[in-house]
Design a protein around this ligand. Structure first.
Ligand code: SF4
Length: 300
């Protein structure tokens, strides 16, 4: 396994960016992270969807850096500025044990994609002793080859599916191939976990796909829902339609539509389309769209 990790990181092709930089020598690609974990936050988190947060919280580990770097990112101090502490694997395992001892409902790895081979090794170590599900909370911009390393190690996939339009994904995430890549990724996730299941109101396996509705992009959001319903059995997955977009983090970007909030009409029409397609899942209250971000997810 460690040989495979070195192979991946020496000419990095862990994600679709395929930067081919030598992360073991400290060279950095688009994600901005070396071959050592940099972790921004390890704590129980109550603001995820109800079957992820439950009453006691989700056990989140927020990794610094990101391979997608959207212009409107709401976590840019973590994803772009690389805030966080460098941490060896043993230290991270110890912190995860402390987190799990707080009674959280799952281990939730947030923005983990650029560390996939390393996390596969860490999960192989942890999985036999874990009593809670492992959640992989990603942008969806990841390769099937990397995802296959996680087979049997991840219980619940929680990916985004951000765009269909190559123009939008090129403009906002510099990834014109986003929809193609995310399509292959969610199909692989579904192949690994099968249909979504909850026990006692908590997600125990399956794929829950998030989509953030962006201002001025209603048609693309509806196309995302249509696409998801066409590639996966609607009854077997869950979707989370998010309205928490806030322009506070996109004021300096040139896309003027991103300088405002999502309207009631935009959000509700995406929800209507989601329901019409037979997709089930979660929506957010209006109060979610604030910089303070206290999202209120509701089951549809
Ligand atoms: S993980 Fe980082 S360095 Fe590697 S290919 Fe992706 S963006 Fe580039």
């Amino acid at each position: 396994m460690s040989h495979t990790i070195q192979d991946f990181l020496k000419a990095c092709r862990v994600c679709p960016r395929a930067c081919l930089v030598d992360r073991t020598a400290g060279d950095l690609g688009v994600c901005g992270m070396p071959d050592v974990y940099r972790v921004a936050r390890i704590a129980p988190h109550l603001w995820e969807e109800p079957p992820i947060s439950g009453e006691k919280g989700s056990g989140t580990v927020f990794f610094s850096g990101c391979n997608l770097r959207c212009v409107f990112c709401q976590n840019r101090d973590i994803s772009r500025e690389g805030i966080g502490d460098l941490m060896a694997e043993d230290a991270l395992v110890e912190r995860i044990h402390e987190l799990l001892n707080q009674g959280v409902h799952n281990l939730n790895l947030v923005t983990p994609t650029h560390y996939t081979p390393m996390l596969a090794r860490l999960l192989e170590r942890l999985k036999p002793i874990l009593t809670v599900p492992v959640v992989w909370n990603s942008s969806g911009y990841e390769t099937v080859e990397s995802l296959r390393m996680l087979e049997g190690l991840v219980d619940v996939y929680l990916p985004d599916f951000k765009y269909i339009s190559p123009e939008l994904s090129a403009a906002y995430s510099a990834a014109p191939d986003y929809a193609e890549v995310a399509t292959r990724a969610v199909l692989e996730m579904y192949r690994q976990t099968g249909e979504y299941e909850e026990k006692n109101g908590l997600a125990v396996k399956g794929v829950l796909i998030r989509h953030l509705v962006l201002p001025g992009c209603r048609a693309d959001s509806m196309a995302v829902m249509k696409h998801l319903a066409s590639i996966l059995p609607p009854a077997d997955i869950r979707v989370s339609v998010m309205r928490q977009y806030t322009p506070d983090f996109a004021r300096d970007c040139p896309h003027r539509n991103l300088h405002r909030r999502v309207t009631e009409f935009e959000y509700s029409s995406v929800l209507e389309e989601t329901a019409r397609l037979g997709l089930m899942g979660f929506s957010q209250g209006k109060e979610a769209a604030s910089k303070a971000f206290t999202p209120n997810f509701k089951k549809k």
